[in-house]
Design a protein around this ligand. Structure first.
Ligand code: FDM
Ligand code: MG
Length: 227
């Protein structure tokens, strides 16, 4: 078989589901925008989505909660964040089937760790993971790893819920716990404390490898229970 696929062969490939995760101010949005551009420059179709998607009815409730305008029980808001992904799942699957590479800014991993980081003994990481089971599983997830101290140097926190040192430190630890549990063998830790261009370079290398070899991944998978 030829090593260089023709345009038609390339179009027939499914897209890759690529997730970028990390603490607030780790640089996710900037890096996602760069990834989309890099993929497009190389002739791939790429699209950016983010969670929470604050534009839907559920997303608007989440937005009110994050802004501090609404009080919602911990378990209920957790399920709303998950529902916000479920309402997007069919479209993600359709885009992937149509050859679009979908870059996702925050996903189930944020969903589990931001809730589990709360002072609520009844909301464990394991409980938090349950509603994610069955959602499209990424072909690769990139964790932009940065210490809360390094992130703090990038300017003050915003005023939304969770934007404080205590929550961020717990979130970081839980991200690392989740990675150790091995929810996915396709996680890449990227040192987000490096200069922007170096972070982009590292991310691009991982993502291009994934996109160029997507056939070897087989069909898009779904999340199972935590190991
Ligand atoms: N967040 C995000 C959650 O608590 N659960 C989730 O499922 C997701 C996707 O929402 F503090 C938190 C993480 C963050 C806040 O995210 C809003 P952005 O990326 O800052 O908009
Ligand atoms: Mg934020």
């Amino acid at each position: 078989m030829a090593s260089n696929p023709t345009e038609n062969e390339r179009d027939a490939k499914r897209g890759a589901l690529i997730v970028v995760e990390g603490l607030d101010r780790a640089g996710k949005s900037t890096q996602c925008a760069r990834l989309v551009q890099t993929l497009q420059e190389r002739g791939h179709t790429a699209k950016y989505i983010r969670f929470p998607d604050r534009t839907t009815t559920i997303g608007k409730m989440i937005n009110e909660y994050l802004a501090g305008n609404a009080q919602i029980d911990d378990h209920s808001i957790h399920l709303l964040f998950s529902a916000n992904r479920w309402e997007a799942a069919a479209k993600i699957e359709e885009d992937i089937a149509n050859g679009i590479n979908v870059i996702v800014d925050r996903y189930c991993y944020s969903g589990a760790v931001y809730s589990a980081a709360k002072d609520n003994p009844n909301l464990s990481l394991r409980w938090a993971w349950q509603p994610e089971i069955g959602l499209p599983r990424p072909d690769i997830w990139l964790f932009l790893n940065i210490s809360p101290e390094e992130a703090a140097k990038r300017g003050g926190y915003g005023t939304e819920r969770y934007e404080n040192d205590k929550h961020q430190s717990r979130v970081r630890q839980l991200f690392l716990d989740l990675i150790k549990l091995g929810t996915d063998d396709d996680v890449c830790l990227v040192d987000a404390g490096q200069p922007l261009d170096k972070v982009s370079e590292d991310l691009t290398e991982h993502v291009l490898k994934c996109v160029d070899n997507i056939e070897s991944h087989g069909p898009l998978r779904k999340f199972g229970p935590l190991p």
